[in-house]
Design a protein around this ligand. Sequence first.
Ligand code: PBG
Length: 325
Amino acid sequence: MQQRPRRNRKSPAVRALVRETVLTPGDLIYPLFMHGGDDDQLIDSMPGCGRWSVEGLVREAGEAHALGIPAVVLFPVVPEDAKSPGAEECYNPDGLVPRAVRALKSAHPGLAVITDVALDPYNSDGHDGIVRRSGGELEVLNDETVEVLCRQALCHAQAGADMVAPSDMMDGRVAAIRGALDEEGHEPVSILSYAAKYASAYYGPFRGALESAPKEGDKKTYQMDPANVREAVREALLDEGEGADILMVKPAGPYLDVIAAVRESTALPVAAYQVSGEYLMIKCTAASGWLEERAVVMESLAGIRRAGADMILTYFAKDVAKWLG
Ligand code: PBG
């Protein structure tokens, strides 16, 4: 036999030499939930994840950073009485996110802090944009929403965020946010764009964690149809043209072909978000003893890297960094 592919798998040393994809803690972004209270809470819908106080958040982010994780992304729980149809709380300079950003940057200056830009935690309707009802029909307004997103992004930049991550899927928001940031002297603030974000059922546990599910209707008029991949490339190229620095695909595991297609179509770095439902499927199956958690997590992340993602947002980030350590 002339070809014996098994020779390249014969020992850990040889396997290390021929390995095509590597994962390091430097590839990971750690999503963190937080609330305005003083206590650190466990999230029922996402075992292993906390809903942190600002103090707890600073501690948790510090541990992650010490393990080599370069960045965190923040998601606030906003109390019902601070929510409104216009989502004004999202650009309150004394709001939870700006306070958390300031605390994180002063405690861990070398940690990159990324903020989510979308209205759903602040919007009494639970949608990512401003809602208008006409004749019983619910409409999520695009251009009105983009104006609010710009104010939100600016508020995060003023607090010291390294990157803003618009996750709302409104049209034209990357260009508008870039313009608003530059006008105020925030040229160094990056835009990590959720370029191809699907209307996915895998976000269920996240919405439970933030109490941010839409009160009415669904997100299908702005988030993408899971059946489409060419449309993802179109969205990615638009965001690149509008000035995005990094393009994201979300969810990750069920959308590996989308990650590969976006990777092929751009020279920008590509991020992928292993979302709450993907996390929970592994967590629950491992808890029942049916799967080996560590091995399955590492395999799921290897798949996402192999598909072409440079960086991965994952709730497993801290565990993974420890395992790699
Ligand atoms: C909000 C947002 C969502 C997620 C991240 N940002 C939920 C949604 O769009 O409904 C989901 C993350 C996850 O499921 O882990 N714009």
